[in-house]
Design a protein around this ligand. Sequence first.
Ligand SMILES: Cc1cc2nc3c(=O)[nH]c(=O)nc-3n(C[C@H](O)[C@H](O)[C@H](O)COP(=O)(O)O)c2cc1C
Length: 189
Amino acid sequence: MELDGKEPGDPRPVKSLVVVFSYHHMNTEKIAHAIANVLDAAVKTPQQVIPDEIREYDLVGFGSGIYSARNHESLIELADALPLANGRNAFIFSTFGAPVALFPGERLKGFIRDNHSALRETLESRGYTVVDEFACAGFNTNSFLRFFGGLNKGRPDADDLRHAEEFARSVKRLAGQENKVADRGTVGT
Ligand SMILES: Cc1cc2nc3c(=O)[nH]c(=O)nc-3n(C[C@H](O)[C@H](O)[C@H](O)COP(=O)(O)O)c2cc1C
């Protein structure tokens, strides 16, 4: 078997794609690009993704702002239209407009998990393993908030982008551990 100079067990490069829907203040798009730079991934909107082409990727990130307590419908609809993934790795990310102060300590994690639950359940129903999830605050001028200057002004900020990069490095490590040369029988075939 041709291993291209690599030993069995060496991590193969993780081919990654980041899918993002962002429109309110393009907050989530900033996070998408920070993550994509670390993963060396293309960034596409759900509308640009052809469901069958997603089979090319080892790792796919799905992100959007939070609208009415869930990810954007176009992302959930895309997830629902994907071919069965057989345990392939995915991750979820978002920006939310609620003030972080409303969710002290561990409650923030619960809030984020609840926001992501419709997308997570859809991805899992298509056979994806959701390896990790990320969220941070995003500028929010929805509805009456615009009359008061909005919430989370300046977010995502430099710290949020740094946290998103750290998240991407961690997800890449997790996905890489499962993506060993010869493990999936694709090298040299
Ligand atoms: C129509 C609409 C509904 C929203 N609903 C919520 C919500 O339920 N919970 C929340 O925390 N933020 C909510 N937000 C705020 C957005 O999640 C936040 O501003 C986010 O960063 C927007 O991301 P984007 O700029 O990538 O679109 C809402 C914003 C809009 C425009």
